[in-house]
Design a protein around this ligand. Sequence first.
Ligand code: CA
Length: 58
Amino acid sequence: MDDQATSLKNYGYNVRFFQYDDYLGLHFTSSSDYNDLRAVSMYPGWNWDDDISSYRRW
Ligand SMILES: [Ca+2]
C-alpha cells in the first residue's frame, strides 16, 4: 500500500495492517471499513493516514 492509504475497505475480512513493509512495525487488526484513517491512532500526535505499508488477512 506504500504509505498512501487514507481509507480502507475490508469487505468483511479480518485484516491486519502494518506500519512497515514485510509485516513489521505497529499494527492493528480490523474487519471494519474506514473512511478516514486520520481518526485511527495508536498514540497522541500520530495516526494511520498514509502509513500502512503491508497487510495480510488475519
Ligand atoms: Ca509505512
